[in-house]
Design a protein around this ligand. Sequence first.
Ligand code: ADP
Ligand code: MG
Length: 269
Amino acid sequence: MAQAAQSIDPAASAEQPSAVVLGGVTKRFSNGTTAIADLDLAVRQGEFLSLLGPSGCGKSTVLRLVAGLIEPSAGTIRRPDEQNADRDIGFVFQEPTLMPWASAFTNVWLPLRLRGVSKRAARDRVMEALDGVGLAAFAGSYPRELSGGMKMRVSIARALVTEPRLLLLDEPFAALDEITRFRLNNDLLELWGRFGFTVVFVTHSVFESVYLSSRIAVMAARPGRIIRTLTVDEPYPRTDAFRTTPHYGELCNETSAALLLAMEEGRPA
Ligand SMILES: Nc1ncnc2c1ncn2[C@@H]1O[C@H](COP(=O)(O)OP(=O)(O)O)[C@@H](O)[C@H]1O
Ligand SMILES: [Mg+2]
């Protein structure tokens, strides 16, 4: 992780073409729940977008729709520049979801293996991905031998081993202690700065969303929708020093206010 992240100006990403466009997307589950309704969202290429909202507002549903894991009931989801969209997405779940009987190496190899890449042919890419999350020395370790933070690192390496253009993360650090979460925040930003993929990051933490994102879409529930989008006008690379600045405090206040409003609007009638 020695390589420095490139400097990125969040405001400049407004001119970027779209990586994913959701148009009037509604998702109704078979039990009658409308998880999201008529949602419009354009994710720009190379941006770090967070979906922030209370539990149940449809964040995971949006991510699963973008990943193609579920189909919308109405509306469209487009990836304008991708030929083979499903090959091009990395997904990180809240639980690291590693195979407990397999080493870190074998876990990271999995997406390549599913594409028919042999262990030998995958070796360099798997080791590079593990190195990218600081775990090259743990390639032979089993999940039970790794801490929660390390398991999440393996999960991120597994998502990145196919070099996706789009990385989707669903509350990946919610179960970790604060110090580990801060470290993983920095490492994720470093990887993003180095490789330039697009990120859609789901969180219910105001502080985390402000620290990481170039843009935050605030969602309300019942039905799930975006009530406000905020630009985080702080350049990258960002370091822990950002967390102690008045600007960070102001951005967190503004974002909290939007989240409170979202919670008001999403209250059961
Ligand atoms: N497979 C499903 N079947 C029925 N209802 C679901 C399903 N998945 C999610 N929901 C409902 O859709 C709404 C949004 O859920 P979800 O996207 O998981 O929200 P979030 O990730 O913001 O907590 C919730 O009311 C949830 O109970
Ligand atoms: Mg969720």
